[in-house]
Design a protein around this ligand. Sequence first.
Ligand SMILES: [Zn+2]
Length: 55
Amino acid sequence: MTDADTYDCGTCGASVAAADARRSEPFGDLDADTWQTLNCPHCGDRLATVFVGDE
Ligand SMILES: [Zn+2]
């Protein structure tokens, strides 16, 4: 895990650091304690689903 990770939003084109992304519960059957969905803080679109269970 590194705070330097960034994600490019395919909707608005923003480059969003993982630390700046909104986090929400994942979709489907994924465990919210282990996985989080990162959302663009600008347009709200989903950027990635990340594993957080090893922190
Ligand atoms: Zn966006």
